[in-house]
Design a protein around this ligand. Structure first.
Ligand code: AMP
Ligand code: MG
Length: 419
């Protein structure tokens, strides 16, 4: 049989084809304590002003600013304390000339008061205190609505829910939060050489590391993937399992078997499923054989079996597609420009993605490969927090060149605090 001819498309074009699909998750509600990491499905509008009432931002005394006019260190002005309130209490008093209410942070301003004297700005006297400086109207007062007014859109549909979003949702009384469902994902590792983690290694066999890696990558996005049994390089049984996974999940991720080798059956499986293949060759290394197909409103990701290629394929295509399905407004990883700390002299017609370590401390970002970087490499993934992007072309890259770097899902922690 002649080797199938495939036409590589640029990575950016491949990403566009993935993101152009009209595949959307349904909305649901999640309890506020469970909603972190989900994508908000509705705009959230302020149903009242924040702050809800004029309040004191300090522990001190609420006064009428007119009564403070002329205060100085020579002419201290005395106040009589007529009430004492903590946060959560409201004073029934209406302030008269020369009166003050002792007030704690967060308490509502009493009637008539329009300024707050901080405790440390007072000297205690017989039935109150004296001050040595005048206060402007509204000095030291947090005004009703100064942060947000009723009707303001405070959170937007498509926003990723983080702890701050949770705080806003709590502020407006959301117990159940409208979100997009997360896609359910099947993970199928294919390859007759693969054995499970706990199985003995026999000649010619390797452990399936891609399955657990994809599982972990999904967990990071708050998705518990379903791991299917490792598939031998056999068309019939693999087709049956992919079909089953496809009927049970929104996304099916396979690893291995997408190339043009004698036992690479994924292309035939896509054909048998009548799936629309968006591409099966991308001008990138590693993972040029990465294949993405859609069928019945679901995605099939055929990632290369090479661990580094598998990892890059997930970051470049699977993750953005998942957030696209959840209608997130931001689907792509952040990128930075960094100074390359190693030579890559050999030119490559395809765009290269190299698992790397970016150091963002200080003014200048630097980046270097995180280890041995052939596509079969696995250890370098473990030490990476980024991927270097080297555009394809006729020239190589040298130490000192500025390159683009994708920040990946690995941690961006550092050893020492820069504070
Ligand atoms: P393939 O994409 O099937 O051509 O596989 C490419 C390379 O990746 C081969 O060396 C495989 O042995 C290796 N490989 C395939 N699947 C896995 C896996 N699940 N875990 C680790 N290595 C794999
Ligand atoms: Mg294989």
């Amino acid at each position: 049989m002649p080797v199938e001819k495939r036409h590589p498309i640029p990575v950016a074009e491949a990403i566009q084809r993935v993101m152009k699909q009209n595949i959307e998750m349904e909305t649901t509600t999640m309890n506020i304590y469970e909603c972190e990491g989900y994508i908000l499905a509705e705009d959230i509008v302020a149903t009242y002003d924040i702050p809800r009432f004029d309040k004191s931002p300090y522990d001190g005394f609420a006064v009428r600013s007119v009564d403070t006019v002329g205060a100085s260190s020579d002419t201290r002005i005395p106040f009589e304390v007529v009430d004492h309130i903590g946060a959560g209490s409201v004073s029934a008093k209406q302030l008269e000339a020369g009166q003050a209410v002792r007030i704690m942070t967060g308490a509502e301003m009493p009637q008539g008061a329009d300024a707050v004297v901080m405790l440390e700005q007072t000297v205690e006297s017989a039935n109150g205190f004296t001050i040595r400086k005048p206060f402007e109207p509204l000095e030291n007062v947090s005004l009703k609505g100064e942060e947000t007014s009723t009707g303001d859109v405070v959170l937007t549909k498509g926003q990723r829910i983080n702890a701050g979003v949770v705080a806003v949702l709590a502020t407006f009384g959301y117990v159940d939060v409208p979100v997009f469902q997360k896609p359910s994902v099947a993970i199928i590792a294919t390859g007759s050489e693969l054995v499970d983690i706990d199985a003995p290694l026999e000649p010619g066999k390797i452990r399936n590391s891609n399955g657990p890696m994809i599982y972990a990558l999904l967990r990071k996005e708050g998705i518990t993937g379903e791991l299917y049994k490792i598939q031998q390089d056999d068309f019939d049984s693999s087709l049956a399992v992919v079909k089953k996974a496809f009927s049970e999940h929104d996304i099916v991720i396979t690893t291995g078997g997408v190339s043009v080798g004698d036992f690479d059956y994924l292309p035939d499986i896509y054909r048998a499923l009548n799936a629309e293949v968006l591409f099966n060759k991308v001008a990138m290394r590693p993972g040029s054989v990465t294949t993405v197909a859609v069928s019945e409103g679901k995605y099939l990701f055929g990632l290369s079996g090479n661990p580094s290629a598998c990892y890059s394929g997930f970051e470049l295509f699977v993750k953005p597609a998942m957030y696209h399905m959840m209608q997130a407004e931001k689907c792509f990883p952040s990128m930075v420009r960094a100074t390359l700390m190693e030579d890559f002299k050999k030119a490559n017609p395809f765009t290269r993605f190299i698992r790397a370590n970016v150091v963002l401390t200080g003014r200048q970002a630097t980046v270097r490969p995180s280890g041995f970087n052939k596509s079969g490499a696995v250890v370098s993934i473990a030490h990476s927090n980024a991927m270097i992007v080297l555009p394809g072309g006729t020239r190589g890259f040298e130490r000192g060149h500025e390159v683009q770097v994708i920040l990946t899902s690995s941690e961006a922690y550092q050893r020492e605090s820069d504070l």
